[in-house]
Design a protein around this ligand. Structure first.
Ligand code: 4AD
Ligand code: MG
Length: 457
């Protein structure tokens, strides 16, 4: 085959290529080292954390005019022969026969030079940071994780439901909704959908409809919250996987949640070792930390017991713990450290007042069948509950919360016609990835983070 008709090979698949085989690769220069007789170019095509070493022997004259453009960040295409290098750190290199610079990257202003940049600096060049070694690894890990989540549910006969992104209700009742509006050219367009519309905060209520028809379902997609939270754990747009299961009690729900997390952690160690070892450079002990997630069962503590222990701790918390108040991040961290020695911890049965209207009232009349899964450093990665399937209880609760029943008629009817006990939870993809990657800020595990004051690129 003429060299320029060769299909492009991915660097990630070169181990299957034979010694001496001619091939064509394309990517970006990570670094170039120019010596008297030889030029070494480290080429990254994004398919793997590995770079391919391209070796150019400077005996023939036509290379010389390329040298000024062989700079970090430039895009190049190379045709050459693969050479096995068993004694070197990489098993092979490419002996270049032809090299074309496709897009130059002037060293005077290309921001991503070959040196350590701060995470803050990289956040400001979101359009380029994916080319960095760490962000490349994060994106490959994120992509793999999304696939592994889908695989987990498919293997267990769950049906994926594409719940709507535009929604007319506040599923969490927290009032953190972004409004959706059509251009107001005429009055008829005022409410495009006939009622106020918002970006969804959770697919749960629609997933409940689906579970009450299809049995076991899950939704997986972006969700949006207009909270003015400037923390290392909060995004305005984040991805959530939300399984919802007919017939499941809170205990069944909790078991599924821990099985999911343990399974994903184990699979990551097995299938993403290269990316994890690379990320471990910024986070000592990362793999051991992930290994900790594979040990089942996870510890469980009742909310009331958690408050008791927090009070006994005699620590000057910024927010003094009190029954009836939500757990703050400082409380979560103390509980994980002391009640489960750093391992995952479920907190269950929270006071009704601090949880949304759809959670099932327990027999004590004051707590609901809720569960949160807490991890060291990251805090809450899962929130879920058994849902209130009893029509009269649901109506009472909605009345207490002064909710407009008419807007939730469809949700109420699920309890009127063939109601079933059911449960579900939401796992934040970004927070799980934060834990699995050992990064410190959730904005760094999302390709293009959305947070207060941050949506330009
Ligand atoms: O606890 P949350 O708000 O629960 C729900 O939305 C339920 N409707 C889920 C369900 O039962 N189907 O959110 C669930 C998870 C959290 O535990 C966290 O991992 C993630 O979603 N999450 C966020 N992640 C990043 N930024 C934010 N602002 C987040 N808010 C929640
Ligand atoms: Mg929650």
């Amino acid at each position: 085959m003429p060299p320029d008709k060769l299909p492009r090979s991915d660097v990630c698949s070169l181990s299957a290529v034979q010694d001496g085989q001619q091939l064509r690769v394309a990517g970006w220069i990570r670094s170039a080292r120019i010596s008297k007789n030889v030029i070494f170019v480290a080429l990254s095509d994004g398919s793997t954390a590995d770079t391919l070493q391209v070796v150019i022997v400077r005996n023939a004259g036509h290379w010389e005019e390329l040298i000024p453009d062989l700079l970090t960040g430039a895009s190049i295409e190379v045709i050459g022969a693969l050479v096995a290098t068993p004694s070197a750190s990489q098993p092979f290199e490419l002996a270049a026969q032809r090299l074309m610079v496709i897009g130059r990257a002037p060293a005077t202003d290309y921001p991503l030079q070959k040196k350590e940049h701060s995470w803050e600096f990289l956040r400001n060049i979101a359009h380029l940071r994916l080319r960095s070694t760490t962000h490349g690894a994060l994106m490959r890990l994120r992509s793999w994780l999304s696939g592994a989540i889908r695989h987990f549910f498919e293997q267990r006969n769950f049906i994926e439901i594409h719940t709507p992104i535009i929604s007319s209700h506040d599923a969490e009742g927290a009032g953190a909704l972004f409004e959706v509006r059509a251009p107001q050219r005429d009055a008829a367009h005022h409410h495009f959908f006939g009622a106020p519309a918002f970006l969804t905060v959770s697919g749960q209520l629609h997933a409940e409809c689906a579970a009450c028809a299809l049995g076991r379902v899950y939704s997986f997609g972006p969700t949006f919250r207009a909270e003015n939270s400037h923390t290392i754990r909060h995004l305005s747009e984040f991805w959530m996987v939300e399984p919802e299961m007919a017939w499941y009690t809170l205990d069944d729900n909790r078991r599924l949640a821990e099985e999911l997390v343990a399974n994903l952690a184990g699979q990551a160690l097995e299938h993403q070792a290269k990316e994890l070892h690379l990320l471990e450079r910024h986070s000592a002990g990362l793999c051991a930390k992930i290994e900790g997630l594979t040990k089942l069962p996870y510890r469980v503590i009742e909310y009331s017991e958690a408050i008791k222990q927090l009070k006994q701790a005699q620590i000057a918390f910024e927010y003094p713990p009190r029954w009836g108040l939500d757990l703050q991040s400082e409380h979560e961290q103390w509980l994980v450290a002391h009640c489960s020695k750093g391992a995952p911890l479920f907190v269950v049965n929270y006071p009704q007042e601090i949880k949304p209207f759809y959670m099932r009232l327990n027999d004590d009349g004051i707590t609901v069948a809720a569960m949160d899964l807490l991890l060291a450093e990251v805090g809450e990665i899962i929130g879920g509950s058994q849902r209130e399937e009893r029509l009269d209880y649901l109506l009472q609760r909605m009345q207490r919360d002064a909710m407009e029943q008419a807007a939730y008629q469809w949700y109420i009817e699920l309890r009127k016609y063939g109601t079933v006990p059911h449960s579900g939870f939401g796992l934040g993809l970004d927070r799980l990835l934060l834990y699995l990657s050992g990064m410190h800020n959730v904005r760094d595990v999302v390709p293009f983070p959305r947070a207060p004051g941050q949506a330009v690129c």
